[in-house]
Design a protein around this ligand. Structure first.
Ligand code: ADP
Ligand code: MG
Ligand code: MG
Length: 213
């Protein structure tokens, strides 16, 4: 089962890679409205490096947390940009909560998701409403915990987290950016959703398909 768990982590990252390459042009356009336009490119660079690192780790029989840790480090190293550093930090936090010997259960997933949000918020300093990926991640983690708290299955709880993330990402269109962008360009972001929140919601949906598979 340890081997299955490691393979599941690799599979999830491979799905993330496919969806990010597909979405990259749109993510770049969103980022070009008030940022520097590199969000699609950066996420692709990060996830490509993460897939390479995860494949190598699986090749020498690393356990699931080690596979994710290596992938996270590679993502942060190679993505460049704010979002790359934060994705590395968030994935590392999830890795810390994966059991080495078996597939993650509901409790591991909830603890990992909460830790990822805490780390990203602490290191990045963004608060809800700042128009960042925190506006997708924060409601997703809350929804995940709430659903699990009422006894929902992991698949159902994850689906509710995905809906919360997508709703949060859409709502960033109504916010003027305060972080990670120049103030001069900030007003231009009104009416456009935050690229980092958009890609986060997309990736949560894709990872959920792996969990359900
Ligand atoms: P860069 O801004 O360095 O070019 P990207 O374009 O890849 O990096 O990522 C931009 C995204 O990063 C933003 O849309 C936002 O969601 C996220 N982001 C930027 N700064 C922060 C922060 N301090 N906390 C959380 N997310 C942030
Ligand atoms: Mg950018
Ligand atoms: Mg940049």
């Amino acid at each position: 089962e340890a081997r299955d768990a490691a393979a599941t982590v690799l599979h999830a990252i491979e799905r993330a890679q496919a969806v990010l390459h597909e979405a990259a042009p749109r993510l770049g356009e969103l980022d070009a409205v008030a940022g520097d336009g590199d969000h699609g490119i950066g996420m692709c660079r990060g996830v490509d490096a993460a897939v390479d690192a995860a494949r190598t780790a699986v090749g020498f029989d690393a356990d699931a947390p080690s596979v994710l840790r290596r992938a996270a480090d590679a993502w942060a190293d190679r993505a460049g940009g704010t979002s790359g550093a934060l994705w590395g930090i968030g994935l590392l936090a999830v890795a810390e909560h994966l059991p080495p010997e078996r597939t993650a259960g509901v409790a591991h997933v909830v603890a990992g998701a909460r830790a990822a949000l805490d780390q990203v918020a602490e290191v990045g300093g963004a608060r809800p409403g700042d128009k960042t990926l925190v506006d997708a991640l924060n409601p997703a983690v809350d929804a995940l915990e709430a659903a699990v708290g009422t006894g929902a299955s992991l698949a159902d709880a994850w689906a509710s987290a995905v809906r919360a993330a997508e709703h949060g990402a859409r709502r960033t269109a109504d916010i003027v950016a305060r972080r990670g962008r120049s103030r001069v360009l900030a007003d231009k972001s009104l009416g456009t959703p935050d690229p980092g929140a958009t890609s986060l919601a997309l990736l949560l949906r894709e990872v959920g398909l792996t969990l359900a598979a």
